[in-house]
Structures are given as structure tokens and as C-alpha cells.
Design a protein around this ligand. Structure first.
Ligand code: CDP
Length: 230
């Protein structure tokens, strides 16, 4: 019998904060008619669960338990926790910051692992995060490591915040991105780094459309190679 993990293709898109992974993953998934996993949303939801319940963020076993038990539904662009729409709440900067401080803990990462893998359904999945290609879906047939220089990412993040009606302090956003990069790259468990077989893609000078097209082209090439090998 063919194992579902072999039958169901996954494209992983990993990269640093504000590199545009989320937007690119959504667009690629739309173009292919596939499912999408925003793994960062799960870390944000875990952080939100901690804040919402006034739990102790230092009690990592409790945090992991909350993450394991949280009742989450993704419905298109909306995210619900225990039936409540938390889409906007989990996008707040302080929630992202707590998510990034909780993310290094192995107990939390382990608690979220099966939940992430359950997104792998036919006809395919586009998964974005930090460790999609290295830990969660190491057998993915296409892995992309999406980067952009910190100035481009900082400008994008400010633009995003302005669109949401916020008034970002550009210098603070820049410093915060650098801090998160450092935390994500230096942690010992599932650090942010390209998988050995990942394609590096620098989107600093590319539009969203160009980046999406690049990923789709990589997918076409990898399909053609696979057919050739059959
Ligand atoms: O906006 P940003 O890209 O920073 O956040 P996100 O992708 O929504 O993820 C929130 C936080 O979760 C990140 O800062 C990472 O530290 C962490 N994360 C992770 O450790 N592993 C993942 N696969 C996804 C996110």
C-alpha cells in the first residue's frame, strides 16, 4: 500500500519573519488548488491561549498542555479558538513576540507536531513556517527557503501594520525583526535554517507575483524530474 505521506505532495516555504512566506504560501496553494498550513498561526494561537487564560508563560508543561488541547478551526482567512474569532487578536505584535519566545521550547514544538502533519491532505499542501522542510515535512518533494533583506522585510511589516490602521515605529519594528531573527536562528531545537535540499529564493527585489511564479516554476521542474525518473 502507498503511504499517504508519499502520495500527498507538500511544498514547504520556510524563512525569517516578514519574508512574505504567508502571502506566497496562500497564493501558491490557490494556484494549485491545494490546502495551506500557516504554522506560525499555531504558535501564535498557543501564545494567545496563554495570554487569554493568564497562564504562566514560564510553566512550559502547562503551555504545551494548553497547545495540545486548544480547539482551533481555520475557516478561509478566519481563525477561531473555542468558537471565538481570534483572527485579529493573534496578529497583534505582542502575541507574535510571545509566540517567538515560547517557540524554542521542545515541549511546545512536540505538542504542535501532529496537528501540523494532519494538514497534509490530498491533493496537496503548501506549508509555511521555520522548520517545515527540516522537521515537520522532511520528505516534502519541494522545499523553498524564502528570504529578503531585513530592510525590505521591515518595510513590508510596517506597510502591513499601516494597512491594519496601526501606526508603527519603524525603528522599533526593524529592531524587533532583528531580535526575532536572532532568536529563531540561534535556538537549539528546530532553528531557522534551510533544509539541505531547499531552494533559496531571495524576494527582496521581487513582487509577490514574481515570487509566486518562481515557486510554481520550481514545482513544475520538480514534477517533470519526478516523471522522468518513473
Ligand atoms: O510574523 P512572523 O513571521 O514572525 O510570525 P509567524 O510566522 O506568524 O510565527 C510566529 C512565531 O512562531 C515566529 O516568530 C517563530 O518564532 C515561531 N514559529 C516557529 O518557531 N516555527 C514555525 N514553524 C512557525 C513559527
Amino acid at each position: 500500500m502507498i503511504k499517504p505521506s508519499i502520495a500527498t505532495p507538500v511544498i514547504t516555504i520556510d524563512g525569517p519573519t516578514a519574508s512574505g512566506k504567508g502571502t506566497i504560501a496562500q497564493r501558491v496553494a490557490l494556484a494549485l488548488g491545494w490546502h495551506v498550513l500557516d504554522s506560525g498561526a499555531l504558535y501564535r494561537l498557543a501564545a494567545w491561549a496563554v495570554l487569554d487564560r493568564n497562564a504562566d508563560a514560564n510553566d512550559i508543561d502547562q503551555v504545551a498542555l494548553l497547545a495540545r488541547r486548544m480547539d482551533v478551526t481555520f475557516a478561509g482567512p478566519q481563525t477561531f479558538m473555542s468558537g471565538k474569532d481570534v483572527t485579529e487578536m493573534i496578529r497583534q505584535e505582542h502575541v507574535g513576540d510571545l509566540a517567538s519566545r515560547l517557540a524554542p521550547h521542545p515541549a511546545l514544538r512536540e505538542a504542535l507536531l501532529d496537528r501540523q502533519r494532519a494538514f497534509r491532505e490530498n491533493p496537496g499542501l503548501v506549508a509555511d513556517g521555520r522548520d517545515m522542510g527540516t522537521v515537520v515535512f522532511p520528505d516534502a518533494p519541494l522545499k523553498v527557503f524564502l528570504t529578503a533583506d531585513v530592510h525590505a522585510r521591515s518595510a513590508r511589516r510596517c506597510h502591513q501594520l499601516r494597512e491594519r490602521g496601526e501606526c508603527p515605529d519603524e525603528q522599533a519594528v526593524f529592531l524587533d525583526l532583528q531580535k526575532r531573527d536572532e532568536r529563531d536562528m540561534q535556538r537549539t531545537v528546530a532553528p531557522l535554517k534551510p533544509a539541505d535540499d531547499a531552494h533559496a529564493l531571495d524576494s527582496s527585489a521581487l513582487t509577490v507575483e514574481q515570487t509566486v511564479e518562481h515557486v510554481l516554476e520550481l514545482w513544475r521542474v520538480s514534477l517533470a524530474k519526478a516523471k522522468h525518473l518513473l
